[in-house]
Design a protein around this ligand. Structure first.
Ligand code: FES
Length: 274
């Protein structure tokens, strides 16, 4: 069954938002889960976290950055075009419940999967402090939506073009140092950001959750492509995660596995042959 694109817009340089009609997925989706889509019969399967969903209207929102051949191809699609497959919701939903004060951090395109969590944690009765960051202000996404959904909202940019001049982790540290009683911190973004955040929060003893983005193929626990090491045990991010205790994740292994096919990916992008 093809999945119709209801809306498509560019929200930052090389970053696009797409609303796709997928009533069954929208009905079952929960914050923290993801989908796998295929543009056509020959294209690769790409996992994307659900950035929003509307069960009544029957659509899911995905946000993606043009990185490789398939995401560039996806970026060329428009409203009324159809995707061959969209499978989901996949993965274990985020463990959202009333905890007290929760800090939610989104870096770069990682802001997209944080957004449904901000709404869910707030709906569960938590005080939600959101921090979003990017290299510069042009790359910030969902700023208004995140601000509206949070009790407290902060922005950080590497170049100082908006908000705190520096990293999102500096803002987290300031909040922890201010004596705010924080029960949980959720960080989603590039692996290096999640690694740095995990190292920073550990001495404070605050539970820290990250959402991992390893290479995924089937998304159902069959292929082993998404294996990660957590607390010395092998886990499959697609079924055991994608969320894990940040203080137990082997980020170096995650980053080296993500780099495994970099040469093939750039070759593929140059030749458009795969
Ligand atoms: Fe295949 Fe997770 S993607 S086991």
């Amino acid at each position: 069954m093809p999945y119709k694109i209801l809306e498509k817009k560019q929200i930052a340089p090389q970053v696009h938002l797409m609303k796709v009609l997928a009533p069954d997925v929208a009905k079952a989706a929960k914050a923290g889960q993801f989908i796998i889509l295929r543009i056509d019969e020959t294209s690769e399967r790409i996992p994307l976290t659900i950035a929003d969903f509307d069960a009544e209207e029957g659509y899911v929102t995905i946000i993606f950055q043009e990185m490789g051949k398939t995401t560039k191809q996806l970026a060329k699609m428009n409203e009324a075009d159809e995707l061959q497959n969209l499978v989901g919701p996949l993965g274990t939903p985020a463990d959202v419940r009333k905890l007290g004060t929760v800090i939610l951090v989104g870096g770069g395109v990682g802001i997209a999967p944080v957004y449904p969590q901000v709404k869910a944690y707030r709906e569960a009765g938590n005080k939600v402090i959101s921090i979003i960051g990017a290299r510069s202000k042009d790359l910030l996404i969902l700023e208004d939506e995140m601000e509206a959904a949070s009790d407290e909202f902060h922005v950080a940019t590497d170049d100082g073009s908006k908000g705190h001049h520096g990293f999102v982790t500096d803002v987290v540290k300031e909040i922890l140092d201010s004596g705010e009683d924080v029960t949980r911190i959720v960080v989603i973004g590039p692996p290096i950001l999640m690694k740095v955040a995990a190292g920073m929060t550990e001495p404070y003893g605050v539970e820290t959750i990250v959402s991992l983005n390893p290479i995924m193929i089937d998304g159902t626990g069959m292929c082993g492509g998404c294996r990660v090491s957590v607390g010395g045990e092998t886990k499959f991010a697609c079924v055991d995660g994608p969320e894990f205790d940040a203080h137990k994740v082997d980020f170096n292994l995650l980053m080296s596995r993500l780099a495994l096919y970099r040469n093939e990916e750039s070759e593929c992008l140059e030749n458009h042959e795969c």
